[in-house]
Write a protein that binds this ligand. Structure first.
Ligand SMILES: [Zn+2]
Length: 351
């Protein structure tokens, strides 16, 4: 256990962090050039307080390249330029070339509503140098290394002046809008705590509602359990086959987990991902979020991860329709109890 971190400083202020289990040497190349002037800003909804990011440059970002031109694959002498210009790697975290936010943003326009600079940091995290791998196939040891890399990077970002909230996340499957197939997630560091995330964090000020809910739930909802935590379909699931993965010992952020807890938590994430793919014998389109303590909530927040699948039957996607989009009241056709039975192989999914 434990990891090594190799730092590459790239042009345009970009950074590339290479995480490995053992110390290793890398052959470096120049790689893809920086994209200049990402101009973005934030506009505030006058009624809800939600921020909207405006980032026109992202319209130009790489869209579904074929494998030979994948920007997250390794680079070879004379081969196509990539974002990870080394000959091999285990886990890589690097500046997003098509970032929605910038560490040095322009001044925002003056409008009728409040605006703010598009301040923030957007990074990509590649899980493997194997193009056809996925979170469900990289294995427990690699997921453990991911937990360590994400934990270390989230801790670093939360120490940057002005950063209040960090979200590591993954969009998985083209159905969710993925534009590069290579197995990867992203990390956003924001200068404010999004309204919903603040409400979630505030809930921990009056106790630990997450652990209370786990203590009271039916055993049938459990997908996987070990000495260190539990993966389950929450009674409050908004998405079909939603899975929440919670470590038993409260930690605010993954960097606080010890080696045994990381292995245990990695095993729970691995089994959750595999069971999700087993439902339709195909990669499940989903989003996955790492819920870590926003700044100021370190003493109360309970770290957890949530998988939010977007498919409710073999042939039907879960779309967010009017009621969901307008009111945030979700209507779920698949009860969590039945979703858990399907995930556990006790019932068949709908066709
Ligand atoms: Zn690739």
């Amino acid at each position: 256990m434990g990891h090594y971190k190799h730092i590459v400083y790239r042009s345009g202020g970009r950074r590339l962090y290479l995480y490995s289990r053992k110390p290793r040497l890398y052959n470096h190349f120049d790689g893809l050039p920086a994209v200049d002037s990402v101009s973005s800003h934030l506009r505030c909804h006058p009624l809800t307080g939600d921020w909207v990011g405006i980032s026109a440059a992202r319209q130009q970002r790489t869209f579904l390249p074929n494998q030979a031109e994948c920007p997250f694959c390794v680079m070879r002498e004379g081969g196509p330029l990539t974002d990870i210009p080394v000959d091999a790697y285990e886990v890589a975290i690097f500046t997003n070339r098509f970032a929605a936010l910038s560490a040095m943003p322009d001044l925002p326009p003056e409008l009728g509503v409040a605006t703010a600079p598009g301040l923030g940091i957007c990074e990509v995290i590649s899980y493997s140098d194997t193009h056809n791998a996925s979170f469900a196939t990289i294995g427990i040891d690699r997921i453990g290394l991911l937990i360590e890399a994400i934990g270390a990077e989230a801790a670093n970002l939360l120490e940057v002046d002005g950063v209040q909230y960090v979200l590591p996340f993954e969009n998985q499957g083209r159905e969710t809008g993925v534009t590069i197939d290579h197995p990867h997630g992203q990390i956003y560091a924001l200068p404010h705590i999004p309204v919903r995330m603040e409400r979630q964090a505030e809930a921990f000020r009056v106790g630990n509602p997450l652990m209370d809910a786990i203590a009271g739930m039916a055993e049938e909802l459990v997908i996987s359990r070990n000495d260190h935590g539990v993966a389950f379909v929450p009674e409050w699931a908004k998405y079909p086959f939603e899975i929440c993965v919670v470590p038993f010992r409260r930690v605010a952020r993954p960097a606080e987990m010890n080696d045994d807890e990381i292995v245990g938590y990695a095993a729970l994430l691995d089994e959750a991902a595999k069971k999700l793919n087993s439902v339709f014998d195909a990669p499940m389109p989903l989003t996955m979020g790492w819920h870590i303590a926003p700044l100021g909530y370190e003493d109360v927040f309970h770290f957890h991860c949530v998988f939010q699948p977007l498919k409710r039957s073999r042939t039907k996607m879960k779309y967010l329709a009017a009621v969901e989009q307008i009111t945030d009241l979700f209507l779920l056709d698949l009860p969590p109890e039945r979703a858990a039975a399907i995930l556990n192989g006790l019932e068949q999914p709908d066709g």
